[in-house]
Design a protein around this ligand. Structure first.
Ligand code: DAV
Length: 371
């Protein structure tokens, strides 16, 4: 059945077919959460965020929301349906039988929480304590979709316990140093242990029948195995990127643009033995252009490589952050029409244009791109 704006349908099998319906996050009430093991491992050692926590300054929240609202309008003007989450009170502490945290995070990057595979939206386990309840912000939408689309499968992965046993304590030291971090990530020694299945949805890229999953800080091997058993009709492939000292979320590292073409962060090269799978199936992997900035904006977890965190609208059209001149230029050379979207002042809230969205509907069916 074709998509129509009057009828909710959930379906998206990949990152590139024509986008019709999407969720865009909100910056309301976003907090810098207190220290906790998995989060600390991601905060860069020279970051201005070390040792800080609390509600983000109101003027930065307002500015991020202004940008997210403008992005929403841009998509709507192109005929794309855009839904928004319902933020909860992130200042509330969370206590479970297994852990306590004094505040939560926010709901700017829905991509981290929601994994859309075909007619299913799966709530990820998450791996940070401060993000344990983030799915609640999307429940009003999930409920609405469930009522309106009889084919929609709303699923949630088993909530993890997130006790200290989930985290390697050698990652808790103040100054580990980049060299040691690179050695550890090359050895696939990440902050999360194999205590229980863990994954963030943003570690997964959808290539039709194949799900490509980053093994790193936020997704462990048991999380990948859980996805494999949960999606028995898919091939679930683990990848890892040894050049990344803080490997969380695949979408500033590996960016498919259309069937046969992927951008790879040149500092986080996919190892040769893992490239073969793509090469054998005629996928070209090209180095992404350099970011336009030397440093991330203030109080930001992510690296400057949010430059390649783009949202593909269809096989010929891509949204790129408006200040990322080199990335825009490369996209044009690759035959894409670029829509510049200003978002840099929202990066600190959890990511770029791919992170701040989650697919609800794209045209197209589940195809096998690796026959
Ligand atoms: O390069 O810092 C950012 C991904 C955010 N979801 C990076 C990864």
């Amino acid at each position: 059945m074709n998509w129509s704006p009057d009828k909710t349908q959930v379906k998206s099998w990949n990152e590139w077919d024509t986008l019709r319906h999407v969720i865009v996050g909100k910056a309301d009430d976003c907090h810098i959460p207190p220290e906790e093991p998995a989060l600390d491992a991601k905060v860069p050692e020279d970051s201005d965020m070390r040792g800080q926590w609390g509600r983000r300054p109101q003027e930065t929240i307002d500015r991020a929301n202004e940008l997210l609202d403008t992005f929403t309008d841009t998509l709507r003007k192109r005929g794309i349906r855009v839904d928004r989450p319902t933020p909860t009170d992130f200042s509330k502490p969370v206590t479970t039988p297994d852990f306590h945290t004094d505040s939560q995070f926010g709901c700017m990057p829905p991509r981290d929480v929601l994994l859309t595979v075909g007619h299913e939206i799966l709530e990820a386990t998450m791996s940070y304590r401060c993000r344990w309840f983030e799915y609640l912000c999307y429940r009003p939408l999930m409920q609405q979709y469930w009522e309106e689309d009889p084919n929609f499968r709303h699923e949630a992965a088993p909530k993890p316990r997130l006790t200290d046993a989930d985290y390697h304590d050698d990652y808790l030291s103040e100054a580990i140093g980049i060299e040691k971090r690179l050695q550890w990530t090359a050895e696939k020694h990440f902050v999360t242990t194999e205590e229980e299945p863990l994954f963030d949805a943003a570690d997964v890229l959808r290539f039709g029948k194949d799900l490509i999953v980053q093994h790193g800080f936020t997704t462990n091997l048991k999380g990948i195995e859980w996805l494999r058993r949960h999606f028995p009709d898919h091939r679930v492939r683990a990848v890892n990127f040894p050049g990344d000292p803080y490997p969380i979320h695949i979408d500033a590292t590996f960016t498919p643009l259309r069937p046969g073409l992927i951008l790879n962060n040149p500092n986080r090269r996919l190892p040769d033995e893992q490239r073969d799978y793509f090469k054998k199936n005629d996928w070209e992997i090209v180095d992404a252009a350099q970011p336009a900035h030397n440093t991330p904006p203030p109080l930001c977890y992510s690296s400057t490589w949010l430059s390649m965190n783009v949202l593909v609208l269809d096989l010929k059209t891509v949204c790129v952050e408006a200040s990322e001149v080199y990335q825009m230029e490369q996209m044009e050379k690759l035959g894409m029409e670029v829509i510049p979207v200003e978002l840099r002042d929202a990066y600190a809230f959890g990511g770029g244009l791919h992170c701040c969205t989650a697919d609800v509907y794209r045209d197209g069916d589940c195809e096998d791109y690796f026959p």
